[in-house]
Structure formats: structure tokens, C-alpha cells
Design a protein around this ligand. Structure first.
Ligand SMILES: CC(=O)N[C@H]1[C@@H](OP(=O)(O)OP(=O)(O)OC[C@H]2O[C@@H](n3ccc(=O)[nH]c3=O)[C@H](O)[C@@H]2O)O[C@H](CO)[C@@H](O)[C@@H]1O
Ligand SMILES: C=C(OP(=O)(O)O)C(=O)O
Length: 417
């Protein structure tokens, strides 16, 4: 199994090209199920989750062409298996995103329940509740969601909480429903907006994406389109934290500052000098970071997917930082691993208090989820001595060639078997 070996202390300098967003690419690949025509996608990141989605679609009979690793052509004109099996869903929760499109286009879908994961129980009851409101007949049998509907009907859906993939699944179901659907308490994440842009290019009628009320006028059919996947704001934020923690100067290219306001504000509060243009962000850090307090919340507030990286920043900061995680009930798995590197972190329920220390020391560490692993990589970059990050298949789910991107800006990092 691959690991990363990092020798801490090398200053970082240069530019990093940001990849397409995992959390936009996954629902958009599933949107290919909504038409028999070809959906052409560019800026698709080369990630394990993208490969899993490709396999999932291919198992259903969808043709997926990838001449260039970042360009996909999806043609769902011969779908014969309306099922997403446990074997694939268990490796990637986002597989549940085939439920809405399959049901809307084919009137039937069988999708394995994803179950819990390292960061929380993560039920999909809101996806099911919304589809039921649109007239679907849904049963849970043998660990599978079995859904049927001759044709979904527009409905007014109010979700109990803000759910990103829930909003996306319901939006994809509603585009082919009869009549008008309104999703209230909708997620406002930029990835929802990107999916809406792709669906609109395919002929869908969607209003209000990016606000908490999305209105969808169902149409009879969608057609092929070309869509460029938006840049990954979490990958961008992760490398910015790496620059801040190592007191370096880095420039992110192919990204957008306007969807990172809460993260950039916290980096400035920590003492970073940030400049940004239309598609770039630069961060220059000249001193030890100051500790920051963070509360994770749905967009546009601070993202839970950047929480672990900021806990790492607080670990070597001047002062004490309090982090409150309000989205997932078990997302502090990085804390004990960071503590093994010398961090002083106390967790209790949804709160983590980190008292900054001057230095971390390299150690062998492992993480049970994607962003926790990213925080350990950043810790390795600044720790004294060598760090081995184990179980990097988590990182490969969501970071494209992280070791290549970091070594190109001066990090001493290599993949070892
Ligand atoms: C592929 C993808 O886009 N993943 C992102 C998405 O995950 P995902 O869409 O799975 O996360 P949600 O926004 O749905 O989850 C938010 C909260 O709502 C709860 N919930 C959600 C749905 C539901 O039916 N019932 C329910 O109780 C969840 O357990 C969680 O506590 O948004 C999360 C929150 O920004 C991010 O961390 C993930 O990176
Ligand atoms: C939690 C994440 O992803 P997923 O929802 O795919 O598990 C993430 O991207 O940090």
C-alpha cells in the first residue's frame, strides 16, 4: 500500500495549478444519465472518486470515453442496469447521486444505502423524503433504496437541514419531472451552482441556484452539452494553508477567490498577506501564524472540508484556537494523529481547543478520511524530521497528484510503496 514520505522544513515557493473540483465533477458525471446524447466535460480532476464514478456509470451501460485524462464524454443511450451496487457505493458515498437522475429518466432505480463513514453517520433520508414528495414509491430492502415512479411530479420540498448532495440529487430528479419543483433550505455551495450550470446547458430550466430556494421547471428531455468543471476550492484552500503553515509564498492558478471568502478571511486573521485576481490567489506569510477560532457551517460560512487543515495551522500557531464542527459529528479523527506529532489538542464533543506549540516532530501517522489526511501532509511539511503518512488512498480520492504538486514548489515529499 502506498505511503507518503515527507521531510519537513523545506520552504515552499512557486505556483500550483488547481484541478477541477471533486465535489462538482461527481454530480456532474452523474448528470450524464439524464440524456441519451453525449455530455462532454472538461477540467475533470484525475481522482480515485472520479474513477469510481466512471466504473459505476459503466456498470449501468453508460459509455464513458476519456481520451485525455481531464476530458470525459458520457453517453447514456444504452443503459440496461438500473442499479448501483454496494461494492462501489461503499467505497464512495457520492454514488448515491445516481439515484435522482436514474429515477427521473428511467422511472426506476436501485441504489445501495451508503451507510455511515469515518466522519459521521451521514444518512440520506432527505434525498428519499424529497423523491417521495415528487411521487416516487420508495422501499428500503436488503440495504438498498428501491425507487419507482412512472413520471416524477413537481413538488415543494423543504429539507430538514442543508444538504449538498441532497440538493443535487433532488435538482437532478426535478429537471425531468412534470411541473414545477421548489427546493427550500437548499444548499448554496458553489458546486450546486456548477451542477445547475451544466444542467442548464443541457436544456434544464433552473432558477435560484446559489440561493436557499431553487425552482426547477421540469422539461420533457435534456440534450447533450459541453461543461467545464469549476476549480476545486478545497484543494485551493489546502495548499493555501500549507503556504501559511510553512511561512511561504505560493500562488494558486486556475482557481477563484470569490468562493473562498470565509477561508481567506481566516488566513488573513492568522497573519497571511493575500492578493487575488480573476483566476489566481497568492499567499505570503512572513511570521508564525496566529491561532484562529472557527465554526464550520454550510456555504458561504466556513467549510467543514477545511476544518482539519485549520486545526493543523492552529497546532503550530501563536495562541489558542477553538474549532467548533457543526456539520459532522465525528470529524476530529486528525486530532490524535496531530497530537502524536506534538500538537496540544483537547477535544470534547463538537469542540476542539488547540494550544499552539513552536514545533511539531515527524512521526508515522495515518488518517481515516480525506481532509484529515491532508492536514497530516501539511503537518509533515513543517515538522522536524521525517513523517510517513499511511493509508493515502484517502488522499487519492480527492487530491490530484498531491505529492507532484507539492514537490514542484519545493516540498520534500515522495510516494513510497
Ligand atoms: C460529494 C460531496 O459533495 N461531498 C460534500 C457534501 O457531502 P454530503 O452532501 O454528503 O453532506 P450533506 O451536506 O448532505 O451533510 C450535511 C449534514 O446533513 C446530514 N444529512 C444529510 C442528508 C440527509 O439526507 N440527512 C442528513 O441527516 C449529514 O449527516 C450531515 O450531518 O457536503 C459536505 C458538507 O459540506 C462536504 O463535507 C462533502 O465534501
Ligand atoms: C467529505 C468529503 O467527501 P465525501 O462527501 O465524498 O465523503 C470531502 O470531500 O471532504
Amino acid at each position: 500500500m502506498d505511503k507518503l514520505k515527507i521531510t519537513g522544513g523545506a520552504p515552499l515557493r512557486g505556483e500550483i495549478l488547481i484541478s477541477g473540483a471533486k465535489n462538482a465533477a461527481l454530480p456532474i458525471l452523474c448528470a450524464g444519465l439524464l440524456t441519451a446524447d453525449t455530455l462532454r466535460l472538461t477540467n475533470v480532476p484525475q481522482l480515485r472518486d472520479v474513477l469510481t464514478t466512471q466504473k459505476l456509470l459503466q456498470q449501468m451501460g453508460v459509455r464513458v470515453m476519456t481520451d485525455n485524462v481531464h476530458e470525459f464524454e458520457i453517453t447514456a443511450n444504452q443503459v440496461d442496469q438500473l442499479i448501483a451496487s454496494y461494492e462501489l457505493v461503499k467505497t464512495m458515498r457520492a454514488s448515491v447521486l445516481v439515484l435522482g437522475p436514474m429515477l427521473a429518466r428511467f422511472g426506476e432505480a436501485t441504489v445501495s444505502l451508503p451507510g455511515g463513514c469515518a466522519i459521521g453517520t451521514r444518512p440520506v433520508d432527505q434525498h428519499i423524503k424529497g423523491l417521495a414528495a415528487m411521487g416516487a414509491e420508495i422501499k428500503i430492502e436488503h440495504g438498498y433504496i428501491k425507487a419507482k415512479a412512472t413520471r416524477l411530479k413537481g413538488a415543494r420540498i423543504v429539507t430538514d437541514m442543508v444538504t449538498v448532495t441532497g440538493t443535487e440529487n433532488l435538482m437532478m430528479a426535478a429537471v425531468l419531472a412534470e411541473g414545477v419543483t421548489t427546493i427550500e433550505n437548499a444548499a448554496r455551495e458553489p458546486e450546486v451552482v456548477d451542477l445547475a450550470a451544466c444542467l442548464t446547458a443541457m436544456g434544464a430550466k433552473i432558477y435560484g441556484a446559489g440561493s436557499d430556494t431553487i425552482t426547477i421547471e421540469g422539461v420533457d428531455r435534456l440534450h447533450g452539452a459541453h461543461h467545464r468543471v469549476m476549480p476545486d476550492r478545497i484543494e485551493t484552500g489546502t495548499f493555501l494553508v500549507a503556504a501559511a503553515a510553512s511561512q511561504s509564498h505560493l500562488v494558486m492558478r486556475n482557481t477563484r477567490a470569490d468562493m473562498l471568502d470565509a477561508v481567506l478571511d481566516k488566513l488573513k486573521e492568522a497573519g497571511a498577506h493575500i492578493e487575488a485576481g480573476k483566476d489566481w490567489i497568492s499567499l505570503d506569510m512572513k511570521r508564525r501564524p496566529a491561532a484562529v477560532n472557527i465554526r464550520t457551517l454550510p456555504y458561504p460560512a466556513f467549510p467543514t472540508d477545511m476544518q482539519a487543515q485549520f486545526m493543523m495551522l492552529n497546532a503550530i500557531a501563536d495562541g489558542t484556537g477553538v474549532i467548533t464542527e457543526t456539520i459532522f459529528e465525528n470529524r476530529f479523527m486528525h486530532a490524535p494523529e496531530l497530537s502524536r506529532m506534538g500538537a496540544d489538542i483537547e477535544t470534547s464533543g463538537h469542540t476542539a481547543i488547540t494550544r499552539g506549540v513552536e514545533k511539531l516532530s515527524g512521526a508515522t501517522v495515518m488518517a481515516t478520511d480525506l481532509r484529515a489526511s491532508a492536514s497530516l501532509v501539511i503537518a509533515g511539511l513543517i515538522a522536524e524530521g521525517d513523517t510517513i503518512v499511511d493509508r493515502i488512498y484517502h488522499l487519492d480520492r480527492g487530491y490530484e497528484h498531491i505529492e507532484r504538486k507539492l514537490s514542484a514548489v519545493g516540498a520534500q515529499i515522495e510516494r513510497i510503496s
